[in-house]
Design a protein around this ligand. Structure first.
Ligand code: ADP
Ligand code: MG
Length: 240
């Protein structure tokens, strides 16, 4: 579904991504771990072109999305992204948050968009909150809404950038549960997280990044159980 070839990204003089190569299959759940500042967010943001890569190529569904003249908006519609901070529209109700993009961007009728939105609210267990405003919800609930909002665009892949890092500990589980459900349903997912238990349980593949490169990747058993690289070992020793 996604092929990344020698992806590079510099900010000014600093090269943050130094040649990333990875392929992601449809239905695969790839979990990216690594120290703060290693380029994980930049990598995700390059995939949906929130950052313009400085070099290399990204293919999405067999189409080069980094090629000149490529329609970025059409690609972004197929990639859902969930951030650490939920960024819901504060002056819109939950249901309006979920129907806005499908009606404005995809041209769905309000009735159609609401039907899909309600289904998704059931999926994330928050159908009863449809007429609330974001501020009336807990952080965990808001993040579940942010996931539902991304899903409302019927993306082909979901990108998660530390979706539970800003949450109080008691709310982490409910968000991870929604993500587990998505993974079980066959959604293609790239997830940056520090939740190692979750990574081990849900990841088909674990990718360890450090200093702008992929240092090691493999199954959860390989990377957590028997890491081959010293940098991976050092990192895991600190977080496990
Ligand atoms: P991670 O998500 O692994 O913590 P990031 O991708 O956020 O890492 O950042 C990697 C490095 O890139 C950091 O040193 C950060 O300061 C730098 N960086 C990220 N975004 C920008 C930007 N827009 N301008 C300049 N430097 C940036
Ligand atoms: Mg980050």
């Amino acid at each position: 579904m996604i092929t990344v070839k020698d992806l590079r990204k510099s900010f000014g003089e600093a090269e943050i991504l130094k040649g990333i190569d990875i392929s992601i299959e449809a239905g695969e759940v790839v979990v990216v771990i690594g120290p703060s500042g290693s380029g994980k967010s930049t990598f995700l943001r390059c995939i949906n072109l929130l950052e313009q890569p400085s070099g290399g190529e990204i293919l999405f569904e067999n189409e080069s999305i980094t090629a000149r003249g490529h329609n970025i908006n059409a690609t972004r519609e197929k990639m859902g992204m969930v951030f650490q901070h939920f960024n819901l529209f504060p002056h819109k109700t939950i249901i309006q948050n979920l129907t806005l993009a499908p009606t404005k961007v995809k041209g769905l009728s309000t009735a159609n968009a609401e039907k899909t939105a309600l289904k998704l609210l059931h999926t994330v267990g928050l159908a009863d909150k449809k007429d609330c405003y974001p501020s009336q919800l807990s952080g965990g609930q808001q993040q579940r809404i942010a996931i539902a909002r991304a899903l409302a665009m019927q993306p082909h892949v979901m990108l998660f950038d530390e979706p539970t890092s800003a949450l109080d500990p008691e709310m982490v589980g409910e968000v991870l549960d929604v993500m587990k459900k998505l993974a079980k349903g066959g959604m293609t997912m790239i997830i940056v997280t520090h939740e190692m238990g979750f990574a081990r349980e849900v990841g088909d593949r674990i990718v360890f990044m450090d200093k702008g490169v992929i240092v090691e990747e493999g199954t959860p058993e390989q990377v957590f159980g028997n890491p081959s690289n010293t940098r991976t070992k050092d990192f895991l020793a600190k977080v496990l």
